[in-house]
Design a protein around this ligand. Sequence first.
Ligand SMILES: *Cc1c(COP(=O)(O)O)cnc(C)c1O
Length: 230
Amino acid sequence: MADDLAARLAAVDARIAEAARAAGRAPAELTRIVVTKFHPASLVAELHRLGVRSVGENRQQELSAKAAELRALPDLEWHFIGQAQTNKARAIREAAAVVHSVDRDRLADALHRAAEPEAPVLDVLLQVALTADAGRGGVAPDGLERLADHVQAACPSLRLRGVMAVAPLGEDPARAFARLHECSERLRVSAPTADWISAGMTGDFVEAIAAGATHLRIGSAITGPRPLHG
Ligand SMILES: *Cc1c(COP(=O)(O)O)cnc(C)c1O
């Protein structure tokens, strides 16, 4: 089991490096986040032994439980990548170093208000909807700059780092990620340092790297199939 995990991790990292070189980019520019949703904390601990330091979860309860169980592991950084309810903002902020899925003022406000007095600044990305299908969350591209202005003006405990998206089903991911790259360029007009692009999953990380992704969110290619869930 552990050997399989190590082999899958190494194979994905080799594909990432190859895709980066093919795109004329340095592999070291890329942050590979291992998405561990539905897998037990023991798998995250195993990944940590293999050198993984960035892991992603998409549900607050699972994030909180695993982060608490594994809090003794040094330098482990949790990324929250799922749709968030405002009433979970405090719990998300306690556990996560980065929230990829800010898509509305109310969520940004809730994350900001959840800061304890001495809390470190929280890195956030704005999730962009690359399709009109609202089911997966995200701000419409034409609302991106307004949301960014709100985060920068009204939420000083948040640090705006960039954009995030999931490629829509049924569309060439390269085309979708090209739109995300345009969103990133527009965002950087008003927020020059917000240059992270979180994109690329098991099925499309090569296309994401070609389109300028800086943060890859890769689950099943590394963890193996997710256990069944209800
Ligand atoms: C589950 C998930 C991923 C990883 O998906 P895989 O296809 O298993 O790599 C990436 N991003 C988000 C938002 C997810 O929910």
